[in-house]
Design a protein. Sequence first.
Length: 208
Amino acid sequence: MALVKYNNNSISAVTSAASIPSGAMTLIKTVTASNASNITFIHGTSDVVFDSTYPIYVIKLINCKPASGANLKWNTTTDGSNFNVVVTNTTFVAEHSEDDSSVARLTYSAGYHDAQAADPYLAIINKGGYDTGADASGSGEIKIFSPSSTTFVKHYMSRINGMSEYPGSSDCYTAGYFNTTSALTGFRIEALAQNITGTVKLYGIKDS
């Protein structure tokens, strides 16, 4: 980033593509869905990049809302059509009810972790799902590391806050790995047995 001084002594920041530092996030693709079966990103399709171009990818969920209050899930693919890569992960959640009467806790979510299972949960990972009110949704992000590696399993971390059923705030954390050394070629976000509405953005983080 260059600093430019004008005649009135003000300072302005000028950024060029060549000066973007390592670690900067580059927006790759935005998908906004309305009552869709899922939100899917496949490398090489509709301008999606999800390969060795970036070592880290960030997936942002913005006001994602299941049709009838189900939990959010996600999975990945190695062939562009079968989203069944098994995952091992760990989950915990911080919760607080809206009326301050029933739930205020930090807990490990034993019922929502996976051991060699497909379709891992993202949110709501300790309650029955989202509140069904028109104002209920969930927002947050997933980081996935080196999805195109053919040497290592594929690690990820996510944090998503949602308005859960009681109603209240559920701040959901998951971390784990997709247990494959095949390159991942895409992913999808969905609600459990329901349609989904919301926006998902895919970013790449620039390497050095």
